[in-house]
Ligand binder design. Sequence first.
Ligand code: DGJ
Length: 721
Amino acid sequence: MSDTPPAVSFDPARGLAVLATPRSRYALRIGADGSPRHLYWGAPEGFTELPAPHSPADSSFESEAAADELAPQSGARFGPAGLQVQFADGVRGAQWRFTGHTASGGELRIGLADRHYPLSATLCYRVHPGSDVIERWTELTHTGGPEDGPIGVDRLDSAAWTAPRLADPRLSHLVGGWNSEFQLRRDRLPVAETVLTSRRGITSHHAGPWLALDDGTATEEHGEVWSTALAWSGSWRITVHRDPVGRTTWTGGSGHEGLRRILRPGETLDTPVFAGLYSPAGFGAASRGWHDHIRARVLPEPDRDRPVLYNSWEATGFEVDQAAQCRLADLAAGLGAELFVLDDGWFGARTGDHAGLGDWTPRPAAFPHGLRPLADHVHGLGMAFGLWVEPEMVNRDSDLYRTHPDWVLHAPTRDATELRNQLMLDLGRPEVEAWVHNTLDGLVTDNAVDWLKWDANRPFTEAGRVGDPDPDRLWTDHTRAVYRIMDRLRADHPGLRIEACAGGGGRVDLGILARTDQAWTSDNTDPVDRIGIQHGFSQLFPAQTMAAWVTDSPNPATGRATPLRFRFHVAMAGALGLGGDLTRWSAEELTEAAELVARYQQIRPLIQRGHQHRLAGPGGVTAVHHAAHDGSEHAVLAWRPTTRFGHAGAPLPLPALDGDARYRDLDTGQEYSGAALRHHGLDLRLPAGDHASRLIRLTRVPRADGGATTPGAATAPGGCS
Ligand code: DGJ
């Protein structure tokens, strides 16, 4: 008999639900007041029989009440509410009675109904074999008739999470801005409510709906980490509440404060998934858990190689025409690029960012015979053909706006805010969604497009619909329309790939990645800045989703000059692309670039599908180590942006290697003992000076007895064995 507990179990006698994953247990219990309350989330060995949680009703101390699985804004609850409703008679908040459960196939559904009003909720949980990720969401239904009137929903979160009591919890989260996305912050959590949010209608450059909590001592390799990620690409809010007696809870979902949905009789609102992952082994293991989950359950085609792409944006800006693009395509193909992407500027009157957006027909002066000749040329070179679009937007100076001025988000009594000279289409309107879908479908079909780079360069303003009884629904309707269009395009064009972009990395989340292949990480392509951006990105997202280009030096964003090899080595840690003006690269640079593209193609399976370990060595060296799942092959990309006297030669420990195995450097033939590489480290032999980098490929040496390693002498790095 296996002693592995069932993935999902519910004991009706005690109202106790337990979710079991390989390295965690999660438990909740229906409280005396009918509300599901949190019991446990952590290591299996810490989970024992736990007492029934107190509810505010049966405790005189608020701090004794167990946290709600979704706080319903009623009774003695004074923290952030995950559900805020107002009934037609003006009464606020739900008071639950438990109505039943289902538990099967890894999914648990807890049924709740208000004790007086026609409102029911289902709290949903899902676990998957082999994964520690717990997916959660909520469904809310108006179960009454017209006589009950509509119910106002001011907040409907997907889930609330609770960590065990930690003496001094630390919050890891991502902040940034345009050109500086995914900056990792690790901050002591104040005794307060901390709000992470986007009010922009897109996920945002400024904050991301991912966080991790630890006791302040976790490292890449050690310590307990509780992390969560929301699968939503519009506005969102997560409120983290650390109370004075040591409890930390966080409730999160789509939408920001001040939005109200109207729930009519018979209607159901459902929320995006808010997933959680407990890791007993540090931030690195937490990230690998997320990467595995995203590959196994989120990405549409995780096993397909992400192509080495060339994108013309940094080379040509808006000055695109057929001859120049064909020339760039020739050069890109010569370097080994597998996909050529024509960026902004190919359509309508789009000679700058002031006009033409929305008019998706090729600009005759630039493409006199349409895009097909360029697409055919690119295909003839053996590359796939990609096209930039920004289908949610319009310039005021465009035929689309002149024909349909009412299609944009607007309020007649308010000034329309233009950002980058553009306005936002209201995709929540069915006719606008249909137009966008038909336009993209036509472009893909007519031009043999293999890849869409789907951009979105501004947030929502003047959002809401004057006179609509449910004016705020457009915030969710827009995002769902984007999802639907992407899903339809992929279904109707099985070869089509989509790259998510929003002025760089402004819309990267588990929702958009469920229908795209990779995301444009940042418009900042400076390799030194990119090391930090990529570090933050990797906390949640796997390398195969991280588009990374090698561009010109000095970098247009920072003015910093860096060697071509360094630029490549940084970009090779993701889905490699080329984005420079290849017509200005010297013959030597083109030769070196072709060699480095070929090197990337060799390690691509490891980068795109292996396990990633983030490393930091002495002297300002950082690195990523990508290992095949069976441990047989390894690629290490190490970077030292600036030299520090006396530190250049320090070896870099590789703790993910097997201490009992031996490894051979595929380029030098040198053999190492795994134990020495783990503990003493690998001599990186970085060249002198700033912007030093190396790629090291290691293979596990087969043992003479047919196992993984050959016993016998081998060189220990740095003379250590
Ligand atoms: C923003 C994107 O991030 C860039 O890569 C480029 O596509 C421009 N938009 C084009 O306008």
